[in-house]
Design a binder for this molecule. Structure first.
Ligand SMILES: C[S@@+](CC[C@H](N)C(=O)[O-])C[C@H]1O[C@@H](n2cnc3c(N)ncnc32)[C@H](O)[C@@H]1O
Length: 211
């Protein structure tokens, strides 16, 4: 049985995205460079489910892009909860705002524009859930700055940890980003602050709980 058939069966038997998320996904595909960066329906539903199980008061998303995962994660927030989301690309603000304002979560979303590595240390808050999905070459640095920002029993979700399968390639031929993601994966699984489980869905998603 091919892995594609199994993946399609799993998708067909998983819940569906909302109409608003479908519109956002389509507009992103039509108007944005690299629409593949968006989490997508299948991964988005998993993010929503994890958030609903956790029922966080505060979420931090590193790498907003067009806001698809922001809205998926917001589905699990407590009524007065907040999701802080950061992206350095100013050109994305228009599309983010269009969909955030249309959603019932617009009052729960706090947007930042700029370099997340500079912004995160200035946010005077701790989080119950963090979604790491920005510049992959800096994942190791992000890990250092987010550990003190994550509450005990808080959840860290790290995206693109398989990096298109390149983390499996010969170490001598790995490019800089692949090497760094591979090191991040090792650091995370060996880190005593976390219990980590890597899911080989989409481009690889690691789910860690802070002990
Ligand atoms: C993979 S996309 C995020 C996708 C989004 N989380 C989703 O699931 O739909 C990565 C985003 O990170 C942003 N980014 C890259 N480096 C960054 C940095 N240092 N600070 C803030 N944002 C950054 C990019 O502009 C891009 O929009």
């Amino acid at each position: 049985m091919s892995i594609d058939k199994i993946n399609n069966y799993a998708k067909d038997h998983s819940c569906s995205e909302t109409k608003l998320l479908s519109e956002l996904r389509r507009e992103t595909e039509l108007k944005c460079i690299n629409p593949i960066m968006l989490s997508g329906e299948y991964q988005g539903r998993l993010l929503s489910l994890i958030s609903k199980i956790k029922q966080p008061k505060k979420i931090l998303e590193i790498g907003t892009f067009t806001g698809y995962a922001t809205l998926c994660l917001a589905e699990g927030l407590e009524t007065s909860g907040k999701i802080y989301t950061i992206d350095k690309n100013e050109e994305l603000i228009k599309i983010q705002n269009k969909y955030f304002l249309k959603s019932k979560y617009h009052k729960n979303i706090i947007q930042y524009t700029g370099d997340a590595l500079e912004i995160i240390p200035k946010i005077n808050s701790k989080f119950d859930l963090i979604f790491l999905d920005a510049d992959k070459e800096n994942y190791i640095k992000y890990l250092e700055i987010i550990i003190p920002k994550l509450n005990k029993k808080g959840i860290l979700i790290s995206d693109n940890v398989l990096w298109h399968g390149k983390v499996l390639s010969n170490k001598n031929n790995q490019d800089k980003v692949t090497k760094r993601i591979d090191t991040f994966n090792k650091n995370l699984v060996e880190n005593n602050n976390f219990q980590t489980f890597m899911l080989p869905i989409r481009d690889g998603l690691s789910i860690s709980i802070k002990l």
